[in-house]
Design a protein around this ligand. Sequence first.
Ligand SMILES: Cc1cc2nc3c(=O)[nH]c(=O)nc-3n(C[C@H](O)[C@H](O)[C@H](O)COP(=O)(O)O)c2cc1C
Length: 136
Amino acid sequence: MIHMDRITKDCLPTPIQPGLALTALAPMQDVTDLPFMRAIAHYGSPDYFFTEYFRVYPDSRLDKHILRSITENETGRPIFAQLIGESVPDLVRAAKELSQYDIAGVDLNMGCPAPRIYRKTWGVACSAIRLKSTAF
Ligand SMILES: Cc1cc2nc3c(=O)[nH]c(=O)nc-3n(C[C@H](O)[C@H](O)[C@H](O)COP(=O)(O)O)c2cc1C
């Protein structure tokens, strides 16, 4: 049995309103950048934010534009860094780099259905491959 209250308490940032369901601004590529998050925070922050996804591949560097939404986050609310890619060692490397910044956690995108993404076996294709490799 999974105790959701315990998971929330141990793993997620403290909610704005204790006792209420947590809220998050869903990550949206080319939308949820720093100015967008500032605008949302102006009207009322969710409990936490997500960055746009950092593209991860051999020799990739953390995108400076996306990194700004972490380093210049003035919303007062924690932010999770989203990654997309298929190379586990490179995803681990990027997650380690990101852990030097003020993030609440790392979120791996395994759901993006855009053809330009899944053709690289990223996003939803990544989860299909993982599921396939664990299928009986
Ligand atoms: C323009 C656009 C870009 C999106 N980009 C991402 C993304 O980069 N990463 C991700 O996990 N989801 C992305 N999504 C999915 C959203 O985060 C969200 O899961 C989806 O819109 C469903 O939200 P809802 O359950 O609140 O309706 C995107 C959605 C839209 C409309």
